[in-house]
Design a protein around this ligand. Structure first.
Ligand SMILES: Cc1ncc(COP(=O)(O)O)c(C=O)c1O
Length: 356
């Protein structure tokens, strides 16, 4: 089924930023999508309206008990002018898995994708053109019923906002420095680690603050029980090239199932790499490093696609990976995925979805 939504155009459109020096997530487009949910009625009144502040009852339960979820994906414009999304139905499916975990009502996958397409279409002139740029799409749902008490809300709002973005890391594909966190944990099996909910990120800020103070850009999280097995990175999944094996941690209930992760695994298989989803401990990693077998490490996620890791700090020991340079597997994955997203490479995996 195809959904359509009324549009109220913004009478005061904003100035589009230049693609040069575009930062991540600081500028927003002229419009936004909003839709309400009421128990007994379901999702209703989806519409596109001028971007602007919303009013919320101070007792809205998302503000007190964190019933909120969000997603992230990107739109691109190809040389021929086609506007396309990257695997949006994967985000729709993950939304419903998160919703289920947080007792937020399910949302029809076509409704989710059609709302995004309709908004991107209205604001398509905001899609930036420079290398490494895209239009970032942020769908989110939050509980709006005004009450104090821990139970699921009977009212929600689904919104989508758009932001023209440059590379997630200011230095683009330059390798980042990563701190292996051995005090705080991000998630445990049975918790909300595999859901994309706000609380997971609020709870990660303290560790990130400490890592920044030590001069490291990101956190590599270990498992919440043994603090031994590698889980994932701040807002990305982790990949390693050990000998001739491309390895990423298996999905264990506490790791977010990244869409870029899934895409890299599929591409590696397509290209004939030996790729494994398995448990990988920090000891195995140190061992491989000492033997000279740790050839590459990189983060994968929508924001940066692929971001090489040049240095790891674990309990005072520093590991410098691939001479602090981007490795061939990371480069190939970035070039292929970004190439498909921007239409520079034919979409041989069937991953793009046109906005028409
Ligand atoms: C915690 C976490 N892990 C992994 C990812 C990567 O997921 P994706 O590739 O779908 O962007 C993200 C970003 O969405 C994230 O926030």
């Amino acid at each position: 089924m195809k959904y359509e939504f009324p549009v109220t155009l913004n009478p005061n459109p904003g100035k589009k930023p230049s693609s040069e020096g575009l930062r991540f997530g600081t500028v927003f487009t002229d419009h936004m999508f909003t839709m309400d949910y009421d128990e007994g009625i379901g999702w209703h009144d989806g519409k596109i309206v001028p971007y602007g502040p919303i009013s919320l009852d101070p007792a809205a339960c998302c503000l007190h008990y964190g019933q909120e979820m969000f997603e992230g994906l990107k739109a691109y414009k190809t040389e021929s002018g086609r506007v396309q999304l990257f695997r949006p139905y994967m985000n729709a499916k993950r939304t419903n898995r998160t919703n289920d975990r947080l007792c937020i009502p399910e949302i029809d996958e076509d409704l989710f994708v059609d709302a995004i397409k309709a908004l991107v279409k209205v604001d398509q002139d905001w899609i930036p053109k420079g290398e490494g740029t895209a239009l970032y799409i942020r769908p989110f749902i939050f509980a709006t019923e005004p009450f104090l008490g821990v139970r699921q809300s009977k009212q929600y709002k689904f919104m989508v906002i758009l932001s023209p973005v440059g590379p997630y890391f200011v230095n683009g594909l330059a390798p980042t420095k990563m701190y292996v966190e051995d005090v705080y944990v991000r998630a445990v099996k049975g918790g909300t680690g595999e859901a994309k909910c706000a609380g997971n990120y609020g709870g990660s800020l303290k560790a990130q603050e400490i890592a920044h103070q030590k001069g490291y850009e990101q956190i590599l999280w270990l498992d919440g029980i043994h603090q031994k097995y590698i889980e994932e990175i701040g807002a990305a999944n982790a990949f390693f090239v050990i000998g001739d094996e491309v390895v990423t941690s298996e999905l264990n209930g506490s790791i977010l199932p990244g869409i870029t992760r899934d895409s890299i695994i599929a591409l590696c298989k397509y290209k004939g790499y030996k790729v494994s989803e398995r448990k990988i401990s920090i000891d195995e990693l140190e061992d491989a490093y000492k033997k000279g077998e740790l050839r590459e490490m990189f983060a994968s996620g929508t924001a940066a696609i692929v971001s090489p890791v040049g240095e790891l700090l674990y309990k005072g020991d520093v590991m410098v990976i691939n001479n602090n340079e981007i490795g061939p597997v990371a480069k190939e994955m970035y070039d292929t995925i970004y190439g498909i997203q921007t239409g520079k490479i034919e979409d041989f995996m069937g991953w793009t979805e046109p906005v028409e």
